[in-house]
Design a protein around this ligand. Structure first.
Ligand code: NAD
Ligand code: ZN
Length: 250
């Protein structure tokens, strides 16, 4: 099956991939749904919301500082690196991610659409003005916006919030025109990202899923691999590489 996918990729010119928390699992970043997703007995759904921030901004910031700390010395894994290498097989390749952990940037991917923001960035909770990253936030003394005096919050999409319009629009555009679309490490449940693979398939793309567990997408995908992305993606990249080299020699 992987052979067939390598054949298809080696002949396509527009590629896109959607990644979720699963691609970073092998780097040691906990997914929200795992047991480690619980922090001081709060669920992410209780912390990653504007309601929580308005009610207890210090608790929300303590949680984000903990998450920043948790991923501060985490490195991209072979799955992230393979997706960077995949760029060279296509004329155009877009990486769409639901992750906020910055690991695709660290791996060097060039065209990244971050649907849910980036945990290292900060913005104003009132006017949205984006502030410097690398700001240390003291939960007991949250800095305020230079423009309007609003409190600073992380620049991520919280539950109940809209995704950044230009980013999601671009993601749908790329999904629609892709020849091949990979869905990697995402439960394919959270909208609107979960629609991207469907839009790609409707637009004629070959749809490939990589996830150790079955998802609502598994039956719809042209190829569904129940595997870890850090193990399967490097194999796939190597196979496409060999085909491209073989074709060059001929
Ligand atoms: P999710 O809904 O994207 O689910 C994670 C998926 O990854 C599951 O389907 C699981 O089977 C799969 N998976 C686990 N290990 C894998 C591996 N080694 N290779 C491939 N797939 C693997 O993510 P969630 O944790 O339920 O989070 C919901 C939202 O919060 C999403 O937007 C998510 O991206 C975000 N989040 C991001 C991070 C991060 O930035 N690393 C971490 C936690 C949550
Ligand atoms: Zn402001």
């Amino acid at each position: 099956m992987l052979d067939q996918v390598a054949d298809i990729i080696s002949k396509c010119s527009v590629g896109a991939v959607l990644t979720g928390a699963g691609i970073s699992a092998e780097s040691g970043v906990p997914t929200f749904r795992g047991r480690q997703g619980l922090w001081k007995k709060f669920r992410p759904e209780q912390l990653a919301t504007m309601e929580a921030f308005l009610a207890s901004p210090e608790v929300v910031w303590e949680w984000y500082n903990w998450r920043r700390e948790l991923i501060s010395d985490v490195q991209p894994n072979p799955g992230h690196h393979a997706l960077k290498e995949m760029e060279e097989f296509f004329q155009e390749f877009t990486l769409i991610t639901q992750n906020v952990d910055n690991l695709h940037r660290l791996a060097g991917s060039s065209r990244i659409l971050e649907l849910h923001g980036n945990i290292y960035r900060n913005k104003c909770a009132d006017c949205g003005f984006v502030l410097d990253d690398d700001m240390d936030i003291d939960p007991a003394d949250i800095p305020t916006c230079d423009k309007c005096g609003g409190r600073v919050r992380p620049d991520v999409v919280w539950f109940g919030e809209m995704l950044p319009g230009d980013v999601i629009e671009q993601a749908f555009f790329e999904a629609e025109r892709a020849d091949v679309f990979l869905s990697v490490g995402t439960s394919a449940l959270v909208q609107p990202a979960a629609s991207l693979p469907l839009v790609a398939k409707r637009g004629g793309a070959t749809l490939i899923e990589i996830n150790p567990e079955r998802t609502p997408l598994s039956d719809l995908a042209d190829f569904s691999f129940q595997a870890k992305s850090g193990e399967l993606l490097p194999d796939l990249v190597k196979m496409v590489h060999d085909r491209k080299e073989g074709a060059d020699r001929r």
